[in-house]
Ligand binder design. Structure first.
Ligand SMILES: [Zn+2]
Length: 321
């Protein structure tokens, strides 16, 4: 686990296509001081309030993780959040000029490379963390997510699909290098029949073989094939790391995930954070500042315009594993 708080050395910029809207989206990532947290700000909505990347600000989990505050929405953040969690970057401001983060190649690798390109500033403050104090499990139909006490973060993930994907199971024990090499390159995936259905309804307009693995009955449509034989379960671990990053501190415990997605991941996280006795937080030091010090949140900006998707309808993400 990363012992110290971290930010980036320089401001970064990246431009890429949004998975749902197909629009080109610009992202600017700026360093913030200790105890700030990870903040997102929409720059295409006039005077927009920033959104803290926290579990209580999750507004939608229908296949992508969406943050919402007031009437602002920002979607498809989990791959970027996974990169931040994997590299231990916990103090930044991210400005996005659209309703979703760019999908890039569908994995966290471009975000990892971007963050490394800035270099990191190790901050003189311990990074807070949670320790799992007693086991917890939540079941939803045939899916479940369980956690038990352990000295480090680990997850044993299983997916089970009919046809080509079959059952894939992988144990990931956290280290930055294991995250970068084994998990961050794994791309999002979807079934061909789901893509056709979504695009006929005007969804996933930016989706394609350059940003997702498309699975058909006997293989994948992508001409370059898979990056790993078990790329799909690796991507589910990537999404899981992104989802858990909304705890705002690493959770030291062993998770067992069976067929879970963003919705169950966020439900378990919300319960762990709210029910007494499951998580113990490390000693907080200098935690007075819960917001970035270099800006104030204008309350009136929370009533900004609702983010609109194609055809002027409220943006409702349906795609992205
Ligand atoms: Zn994903």
């Amino acid at each position: 686990m990363h012992a110290h708080q971290k930010t980036i050395k320089h401001t970064l910029q990246i431009r890429g296509k949004g998975l749902h809207t197909g629009q080109m989206i610009d992202v600017t990532i700026r360093p913030l001081p200790i105890n700030s947290g990870i903040w997102f700000k929409r720059t295409d909505c006039g005077e927009s309030a920033p959104i803290l990347a926290s579990a209580e600000n999750v507004s939608d989990t229908s296949l992508a993780t969406t943050l919402g505050w007031g009437r602002q929405r920002l979607s498809t953040l989990e791959h970027f959040l996974a990169a931040l969690g994997g590299l231990g970057v916990n103090n930044i401001m991210v400005e996005v000029d659209g309703p979703e983060a760019p999908i890039l190649d569908g994995s966290a690798m471009p975000w990892v490379n971007l963050l490394y390109s800035a270099g990191f500033q190790i901050l003189n403050a311990p990074r807070p963390f949670y320790r799992v104090a007693k086991p917890f499990k939540l079941t939803d139909g045939d899916k479940f997510l369980a956690v038990e006490p352990a000295p480090e973060f680990s997850v044993d993930f299983t997916i089970d699909f009919p046809g080509f994907l079959k059952t894939q199971k992988r144990l990931f024990k956290f280290s930055e290098s294991a995250f970068v090499k084994e998990i961050s390159p794994a791309r999002t995936f979807c079934l061909l029949k789901d893509v056709e259905q979504m695009q006929s309804r005007g969804k996933a307009l930016g989706g394609g073989l350059d940003n997702a693995v498309v699975v058909c009955d006997d293989g994948v449509l992508n001409p370059e094939g898979l990056r790993f034989p078990d790329e799909c379960v690796r991507h589910k671990i990537l999404d899981f790391i992104g989802d858990l990053s909304l705890a705002q501190a690493p959770i030291l415990g062993h998770f067992t995930a069976y067929k879970t997605g963003h919705a169950l991941n966020q439900k378990v996280l919300a319960e762990l954070l709210s029910l007494p006795g499951y998580l113990e937080k490390s000693e907080a030091k200098g935690e007075a500042a819960r917001q970035p010090r270099n800006f104030e949140i204008p309350l009136k900006a929370q009533l900004g315009p609702l983010a609109l998707g194609p055809e002027g309808k409220p943006f409702n993400p349906v795609f992205a594993n």
